[in-house]
Design a binder for this molecule. Sequence first.
Ligand code: NAD
Length: 500
Amino acid sequence: MAVIGHYIDGKIVTTALSTAGRSSPVFDPSTGAQSGEVLLATGATVDEAVTAAARAFPAWADTPTLTRARIMFKFKSLLERDIDALATAITKEHGKTFEDAKGEVMRGIEVVEFACGIPHLMRGDFTEQVARGVDVFSARHPLGVVAGITPFNFPVMVPMWMFPVALACGNAFVLKPSEKDPTPSLMLAELLAEAGLPAGVFNVVQGDKVAVDALLSHKDVAAVSFVGSTAIGEYVYRTACANGKRAQALCGAKNHLVVMPDADLDKTVDALMGAGYGSAGERCMAVSVAVAVGGVGDALMEKLVPKVRSLKVGPGLDKDSEMGPLVTKEHLAKVSAYVDDGVAAGAELVVDGRGLKLQGYENGYFLGGCLFDNVTPDMKIYKEEIFGPVLSVVRVDRYDDALKLVNDHEYGNGAAIFTRDGDAARAFDRDAKAGMIGINVPIPVPVAFHSFGGWKRSVFGDRNVYGMEGVGFYTKMKTTTARWPTGIREGAQFVMPTTG
Ligand code: NAD
């Protein structure tokens, strides 16, 4: 049985402070068999990691940006070398298909590519002669030790939304990954070391609420980035802010895809299949509600139902699988209970994926694709994030009704419209209350040189992750006003200095 430890000060740590008797089993979701035991950090483990990071920070912050960029370039090439190994590790603990896991690593690599441009991205401003003999210049400085707390659903990509930018800006980083799929975080730590990152600059503490609380209260943690559910994200954001830390929390979602009567239905159905059932719906940008406008519902269902029925569900390492299992037995029970609830509330369960058993994988956490028709906004399956392969179809008469659904929902991560009508698309883009909009694109996750973030209760804080938003989050500005001796006026000045 693999013991999955922490990564502190350049070493994998499985003993001493790290154990303290707390650990948690890790499972292969396709078989239900335990594959490892992850150590859960205590407050002392977190202190050890933060102390190592604080020790490493000054020299790293002093390292020229070009040198930091070169380490990022090397890290990128190592990620490309090991992409299959990383994807396999993701699939074994998360369950998603191997190709999907590779896509996840690739999206992480794109953030590293962005971070390779850090000499340009951190370049400052200079204004000559703001007053006679006086110049002003501004420069971005790293914050110090920053922490990342990440969810189970993207064990490589979501940490890489954060740490490549944070490290490139000159910070030291402590990552607290999900305890459900902890192994890839250690692989990333070892690749960073191989790329030349000095010991202590990047650390991993495995753990649960104990580790999170220790990070949130540690005096040497300057900033906290969180990605996960809304309830925990709100708690993390409030606590971090109350403790004087810079904070951002990206949270839960219920993404709507509006199907207009003029949409290309074949393409729309393909989009709904990928966005609704890819990664078993365990994506914060998954589409979980399709809004059929103006009578398009019947034609949509006619094309959608057979596709959901023929979805190929199987172990993630099987090349033929289109969708893998859910992450844990508890999550399978939770998602199945939502399906039960939808039936009880009167929604029409057109495709029922419950009770799916795969030969040879009888103990895996599999649920077939589930499809509800005639869902209404008062139902729990509409209001709450299910985070599973469950798509709800809501029928409305007019575009305005669809927009109102999107805008009245408590979450506002992503929203998409499928149409051939440019006017409708433009109006939706302007009026939909969501942070990321797709026009004939079902999962509009922005590329690394833009930035990712939702609206409403899908986010707490005022900065998105990655892109220039990430550079802004992980740096603070220093502005210097300089005058050389020849420009100094005679005598003390008791009035507010002005230009001239
Ligand atoms: P989660 O909130 O359960 O866990 C997230 C992190 O918080 C993990 O590291 C976990 O160990 C920690 N945690 C769990 N319980 C805690 C507690 N009581 N106190 C302190 N920390 C705690 O989320 P999850 O189930 O791992 O991930 C799924 C959720 O993440 C979904 O809601 C999904 O929408 C969201 N998500 C959002 C985005 C986004 O960018 N908006 C991206 C990916 C996932």
